[in-house]
Write a protein that binds this ligand. Structure first.
Ligand SMILES: [Zn+2]
Length: 288
């Protein structure tokens, strides 16, 4: 991605080094060992329920703990990159919202290390990137990118851009009232049915990330050869089936909340190919 020297968003709030809530040291300890932490981080990339995952893991045993996860000390380059990508998403969504006669409200993006307080509660680096609809902020501990690369082989700057664009996709869903509609179904439908709605929400956020990627390519001309593949590898790396298989050896479709690797790649690709919001109605699509 061509990003150096380009506009940086003013909506980045850098809380790195501020210590967040002042709980604990730099090491994060969660049941399930280091492997468990990594899984939880990736699982939460799309807003999953960490408790459920940890319970699964305790039943199936934890993964080998070969990777240390400590609070990251990202270079300033890393935060600059985030600010440029966020600025691109702002330009893209302002343009798209104008087309549908709406006004886009920009989200804030909080960079934190180790821990932070969000409008949705306390978050540690183990929370991974997430979007909080209550305060309309995207939260990212940049240490996550290292994990995405080392553990899941999803490297490259556009893999990182995808992560931001996906979370911004949740913000778009919030502005359009889509997340509220799904949230209101909780408790009114079976858990399996609610999980299916959650998958559709996540796949739509991937679709929106694809729409952003198209804008970056066709309007900004900042996409380089291999970038789209990087984003798709990152989307595949965080599919439910792959995460579940690595956690317990087999996948249980009813428990999926984010979509399979193949589905995630497909919806990102569809957003990128069409750039058309009407094509992104995962809720009424006959086939995901
Ligand atoms: Zn998500």
């Amino acid at each position: 991605m061509l990003w150096q020297g380009r506009r940086e968003s003013e909506n980045v709030e850098d809380e790195r080094g501020s210590g967040g809530g002042g709980i604990g040291g730099r090491h994060i300890v969660v049941g399930g060992g280091i492997g468990g932490i990594i899984l939880v981080i990736v699982y939460l990339l799309l807003g999953g329920d960490p408790q459920a995952l940890l319970q699964q893991q305790q039943q199936s045993g934890s993964l080998p703990s070969s990777t240390q996860y400590e609070g990251a000390a990202p270079s300033d380059e890393a935060s600059k990159f985030v600010a440029v990508v966020l600025a691109d998403t702002e330009d893209a969504w302002h343009a798209i919202f104008r087309q549908i006669g709406r006004e886009y409200q920009e989200p804030k993006l909080v960079l934190f290390s180790d821990q932070t307080r969000s409008g949705c509660g306390f978050a540690s680096g183990a929370s991974g990137p997430f979007y909080c609809p209550e305060d309309q902020r995207v939260y990212i501990d940049l240490g996550f990118y290292r994990l995405l690369q080392q553990r899941y082989g999803a490297s490259g700057d556009f893999a990182q851009a995808y992560v931001i664009a996906h979370e911004v996709g949740h913000h778009v869903q919030n502005l359009l009232g889509i997340s509220d509609r799904v949230q209101s179904m909780r408790g009114r439908v079976s858990q399996a049915e609610y999980n299916r709605l959650s998958v559709k929400l996540e796949l739509q956020a991937d679709f929106f990330a694809g729409v952003y990627a198209r804008y970056a390519d066709r309007v900004k001309h900042v996409i380089e050869s291999g970038d789209i593949e990087e984003a798709m590898r990152a989307a595949a790396a965080v599919g439910d089936d792959r995460l579940q298989r690595s956690a317990r050896g087999y996948a249980v479709p009813d428990s999926f909340t984010h979509g399979t690797s193949e589905q995630r790649v497909r919806w990102f690709r569809k957003g990128y190919d069409t750039g058309d919001l009407r094509q992104g109605d995962t809720f009424n699509a006959p086939d995901l």
